[in-house]
Write a protein that binds this ligand. Sequence first.
Ligand SMILES: [Zn+2]
Length: 423
Amino acid sequence: MKLVIINGRVIDPSQNLDGNCTVFVENGVIRDVAKAKRSTNGYEIIDAKGAIVSPGFIDVHTHLREPGFEYREDIASGSKAAVAGGFTTIFCMANTNPVNDNASVTQMIVKKAEEVGLLNIFPVGAVSKGLKGVELAEIGEMVKSGCVAISDDGKPVMSGRLMRHALEYAKTFKIPVVVHEEDLSLAEGGCMNEGRISTELGLKGSPAAAEETMIQRDILLSKLVGHHVHFQHVTTATGIDMIRQAKKQGIPVTCEVTPHHLVLNDEACRGYNTNAKVNPPLRTTKDCQALIKALNDGTVDCLATDHAPHAHDEKNVGMDEANAGLLGMETALPVLLKLVHNKQVSLKRLIYLLTVGPAKIFKLKTGSLKKGWPADMTIFDPNLSNTIDAEKFYSKSRNTPFHGWKLKGKVLHTICGGKVVYA
Ligand SMILES: [Zn+2]
């Protein structure tokens, strides 16, 4: 199979490349990225005029809900949502039923993902058995079966001792420990950020300190064990600054932020809008600004959506009872491009954070258009008007606070392993 992408503006931060180039693909890998005119005889042609051609996007934080919660999403519907969002590689979290805390669940996910065959899906195994935070899961077996990291995402590892052991084990298997930071005793009962708006709405809030105290603990444990901690969905100005300082000291930590924590604040919870209930909660404008600054100065290593599908009934209740989480993959690009159009981040930096950034953290062979690398690519028009319509999502769920938003930017083609998987 030979494929060529012509007339596009190719932006590949891994090679510091930005220019009009022709991308040649043969047998699923990048054959060449050429500036000069060359014959395209014998190639299937995609004309990317007016569009950006970038390495395929990577989302290191999604929930595909299979096994156990297929009414919300399954590996097939989640795959379709992912490629529609421009993603060619995603990680799925372990809070399924049964929990992905052993090799048999990991193998089942890997097998289903291969059957669907649209994109690369890597499972993240649990840190602890049943996500209970008591006993370590079968880390070695899960890594052997295809897990690329471990995380009790959604549940913090409250025991410092268990977290230390998890880091020691993960070190021997050379995978990072990925953490959702939340001190449960501080956060208990909170359904949004604790602050002025929660007081006005009469809702119990979760303080920023619930997240920050745990970030600080795990920076110290990362230093103690000398192993990589990756912080998920960081949301607070103080938390991101702790990570900045830790990096300056050479402590092996990395972090991600989500599109929604960059463009939404706790005002979005007004009207008791359960689609704005996420965990960690949407914070304040000041926090959003601090996160945007951290995108630019290198503190943030990658973007990740925390795509969390929930059924209508699980959101159509009061703020206290509603499940936390929103859909992320199909809205990520237009939401993030808002920052580019507002000149808060450059297009090149944005693409970095969606491609080579996450690939570096987890040592993936993707996120680059280097010769010989897998032909994973996203072709998108950053200026095309796009009104978000949840009814048109490929996801099985509809929980998004972005429904009806008028944004700019649309994915035109997603190519994975040289195969067009979305157009
Ligand atoms: Zn999550």
